[in-house]
Design a protein around this ligand. Structure first.
Ligand code: FE2
Ligand code: FE2
Length: 169
């Protein structure tokens, strides 16, 4: 059986993951509206990943006999100054999510919930990957700067991303 504190904290993380999905959907729409279809695709894949994260936690709560209590999802931003600003916010957001995951890991240790501790390791690893992939795109965009040919090539590159749900566990 899942500890009440862990159940509450994981429920909150389901909401945080769904907010991430919402934010990336909003970013994807912003890109689509500016004909940046490759970036729109990248953000759309990112949103799908976040939905997958939410469901992974949701399934875990249920598997452990916990209780699901869904909260309202906060409204995401819809306007950014540039593609760079968009990816800067993505990088900041992922760093924040890493903090949330780390807090959950700390709580699992404090509550001696070793099953939750093992479960959360997947998310610790995932955040390393998330932060690395966003910072790679951001750094390359900074190199490109105002060069529209470079930005066009970058957009073509980001069009290649495909979301494939990771296989269990
Ligand atoms: Fe996530
Ligand atoms: Fe993420």
């Amino acid at each position: 059986m899942i500890a009440k504190k862990i159940n509450t904290a994981l429920n909150a993380q389901v909401n945080a993951e769904l907010f991430s999905a919402y934010l990336y959907m909003s970013m994807s729409a912003w890109c689509s509206q500016r004909s940046l279809s490759g970036m729109a695709n990248w953000m759309r894949c990112q949103a799908q990943e976040e939905q997958f994260h939410a469901m992974k936690i949701y399934d875990y709560i249920l598997e452990r006999g916990g209780h699901i209590s869904l909260d309202a999802i906060e409204k995401p931003s819809a306007e950014w100054d540039s593609p760079i600003a968009l990816f800067e916010e993505t990088a900041r957001h992922e760093a924040k999510v890493t903090g949330l995951i780390n807090d959950l890991v700390s709580l699992s240790i404090k509550e001696k919930d070793y099953a939750a501790h093992i479960f959360l390791q997947w998310f610790v690893t995932e955040q390393v990957e998330e932060e690395a992939s966003v910072s790679e795109v951001l750094e390359r965009m900074k190199m490109i700067g105002d060069d529209s040919a470079g930005m066009f090539a970058m957009d073509m590159e980001l069009a290649k991303r495909l979301f494939t749900p990771p296989v269990a566990p």
